[in-house]
Design a protein. Structure first.
Length: 366
């Protein structure tokens, strides 16, 4: 029998209810514990006044409540905040908060680094170390809530969470889904289903599995209107080409009649930002309930890509919108602290040795 203590932040409501039952306690005790952790930000069992002393002692002997810790915080001139979150083993991931007049969005990481190697993403240059645990995923939300003074009733600073930080969430399915359950649970952060978004590069089996298990908004990193170009930008496309990806998106919408898919499209100068790309995109998406999120490329050291100019971006948007598709241009936020989309790097002890290869390639082109 293992003597390892269970981190209770690794369990969603169902997991906690089962845990309490397994130690001979009533299932509703899980609800009390959740409210202390997520509503009040309390991790000390002895401070949980409506939890009996004997139960606290039982929990102390077998478990712990341990969120990750913050190494440092940076705040942009536009109010965007970025936390470098310490992850066990010398790693760290980045979490970003974007305040807006009517909402506050938290961008959460799911992996230490990323294994997908999308060529325009700074995270990809860091290589990959491991998946985050559920406690490390929901812990980012917990840390941000504490830092921002978020309160679910009186000061709702966090209104949206997007799984768009470091990593591919669907490659960490078993940890990410319980974390998203906690984001949406009234005993935890109580966000509406549509206000929790998972962004994927196009892992088709994961989309199908997600459709069956978790009702959240879906965003897909598309970035190209044809397989030839997408193969170059998003190597995962070679395994799950666009036709298969869009079919999975259609399946995701079958039991969600009012939902739509958000397609993310990073505009890179001379690569995927031409009028013919926009017209091809229209043909691709015209039968899909969707909206297009156009993202001006955010440069990072060593990249060969450049940001499209403003006129090109607006022309691209106009072509799409003339076809009656919804297309918004994401305003770049936090780029002065490297917190903009595609810029997150954290601190990754790379197990793939990709960072060394990227560095060698970069030096070869100098």
């Amino acid at each position: 029998m293992s003597n390892e203590r269970i981190n209770l932040m690794n369990l969603d409501r169902a997991g906690l209810e089962n845990h309490f039952e397994s130690i001979g306690e009533k299932r509703f005790r899980a609800h009390q514990l959740m409210k202390w952790i997520y509503h009040h930000g309390v991790t000390d069992l002895n401070a949980m006044t409506d939890v009996g002393k004997k139960l606290r002692e039982k929990l102390e002997a077998t478990s712990e409540i341990r969120p990750p810790t913050v190494k440092y915080q940076k705040v942009s001139t536009d109010g965007t905040a970025k936390w470098l979150v310490d992850i066990a083993g010398g790693n760290a991931v980045e979490t970003v908060y974007i305040p807006e007049p009517t909402r506050g969005t938290l961008c959460v990481s799911s992996q230490v680094g990323c294994a997908l190697n999308c060529t325009f993403c700074s995270t990809a240059t860091q290589g990959f170390n491991r998946n985050l645990t559920t406690s490390e995923v929901i812990g980012q939300v917990w840390l941000a809530a504490q830092a921002l003074g978020h309160d679910a009733k009186t000061n709702r600073r966090l209104t949206n969470v997007v799984m768009m930080g470091m990593g591919e969430p669907l490659l960490n399915f078993d940890a990410v889904v319980p974390a998203m359950n906690l984001m949406r649970d009234d005993y935890a952060f109580g966000l509406a289903n549509k206000r929790v978004t998972l962004s994927t590069a196009g892992l088709v089996p994961g989309i199908d599995k997600l459709s069956e298990m978790c009702d959240v908004s879906l965003a897909v990193s598309l970035h190209a209107p044809n397989d030839e170009l997408r193969d170059q930008l998003v190597p995962l496309n070679k395994k799950y080409p666009i036709a298969e990806l869009l079919a999975a998106c259609q399946r995701y919408l079958v039991n969600r009649p009012r939902a739509s898919i958000t397609f993310e499209y990073t505009l890179m100068k001379g690569v995927n930002d031409k009028p013919e790309h926009a017209r091809a995109l229209v043909k691709l998406l015209r039968k899909m309930p969707s909206k297009l999120n156009l993202i001006p490329f955010n440069p990072f050291p060593g990249t060969r890509y450049e940001r499209s100019d403003e006129a090109t971006i607006r022309q691209f948007q106009a072509i799409v919108m003339q076809a009656d598709l919804i297309a918004t241009v994401r305003r770049t936020r936090g780029d002065d602290i490297d917190a903009a989309c595609g810029q997150l790097v954290g601190n990754v002890l790379d197990r793939t040795r990709r960072s060394a290869r990227m560095k060698a390639q970069s030096e070869a082109h100098v």
